[in-house]
Design a protein around this ligand. Structure first.
Ligand code: UDP
Length: 327
């Protein structure tokens, strides 16, 4: 029996494929390579196609004995979503609708969905529990929330069983250094620091030093991609066990400021990291930290890697082995 990984050529999807292979499972990837790369797919069968195309989905489902789907294929860059909401409504919401309809046609009833902490927006409570009100602040967060809810309504109407996983800040890379975080257009802190250290960027900016936090910079919960994908395997097992649909946060449960991450990058790389300060980036909440208690209790999952120096060392290992990414 196979597991379909939509978006399996992207950052987290490619690590999921590696995780499935390491667990002797059988991944099938469907990816349109809009941001992913086929070199990131280290095994399984890769189909080039788009989830918005029912023909592409029918081909994958009819040629493979698919039991479960892990759904990553989506646009995921907050600033891009602010500038081009239509892209997000089409790719994310329309794409998920096409996928759910294909799953119904082919009688595939288990889904692990890649959601995000961006569904929360700014919360009153830290750490953030799954019952905190969702109040997204960008088309990215808004469409991910709509996808979660679409999945929930399909589940209520039919036989679909799902787990939605709300990621905090995914980072790091596979310990082999073969696959890692590489996008054509990067906005995330850790890869930006590493690209700066490799001379691929002239400057490193810290956006906002006047937040109400210990050092004035934003605090985030950084989670190693290896820990993240392990939670998906736990979710697949949970669904196999016939358990009810659930939503889980995935985070370390600890927060680090931008300056702490810069310091950890200095330790991980052995290089001095010079930065400049800039004004706040629009839409950045001051603090986002996950409560990971629900995932610990129900999935029996928690993070193994709790040190940002280790996380950044793995990301750095990927960068120095692949200074041009997958190009
Ligand atoms: N950040 C920064 N400089 C950069 C990129 C990001 O200071 O070049 C900050 C950003 O303002 C936020 C934190 O780093 O406070 C994490 O940003 P990232 O884009 O990695 O993740 P987000 O939390 O926005 O999803």
């Amino acid at each position: 029996m196979a597991v379909l990984v939509t978006g399996g050529a992207g950052f987290i999807g490619s690590h999921m494929v590696a995780e499935l292979i390491e667990n002797k499972m059988d991944p099938v990837v469907l990816d349109n390579l809009s941001t992913g790369n086929k070199k990131a797919v280290t095994g399984g069968r890769l189909y080039l196609g788009d989830i918005r195309n029912p023909g592409d989905l029918d081909k994958v489902f009819s040629e493979n004995d698919i039991e479960s789907v892990v759904h990553f294929a989506a646009s995921s860059i907050v600033p891009e979503s602010m500038a081009d909401p239509a892209k997000y409504y089409d790719n994310n919401i329309n794409g998920t609708l096409c996928l759910l309809k294909a799953m119904e046609r082919h009688k595939v009833g288990r889904l692990v969905f890649s959601s995000t902490a961006a569904v929360y927006g700014e919360t009153e409570r830290i750490p953030i529990t799954e019952d905190c009100p969702a109040n997204p602040k960008s088309p990215y967060g808004e469409t991910k929330l709509a996808m979660e809810r679409m999945i929930e309504w399909f589940s209520r109407a039919g036989t679909l069983k799902y787990v939605s996983l709300r990621y905090f800040n995914a980072c790091g890379a596979h310990p082999s250094g073969e696959i890692g975080e590489w996008r054509p257009f990067e906005t995330h802190l850790i890869p930006i620091i590493l690209q700066y250290l490799l001379g691929m960027r002239d400057r490193l900016y810290v956006y906002g030093t006047d937040y109400d936090t210990k050092d004035g910079t934003c605090i985030r919960d950084y989670i190693h991609v290896s820990d993240l994908v392990r939670a998906h395997t736990a979710a697949l097992k949970y669904l196999e066990g016939g358990n009810k649909p659930e939503i889980f946060n995935l985070g370390m449960g600890r927060g680090f400021s931008v300056l702490e991450i810069i310091k950890a990058a200095g330790e991980a790389t052995g290089m001095p990291v010079r930065y400049e300060t800039a004004k706040r980036r629009t839409g950045d909440p001051a603090v986002l930290i996950a409560s990971n208690e629900k995932a610990a209790k129900i999935l029996g999952w928690k993070t193994d890697i709790n040190d940002p120096v280790k996380i950044i060392s793995d990301a750095w290992n990927f960068y120095i082995r692949n200074p041009k990414g997958y190009n």
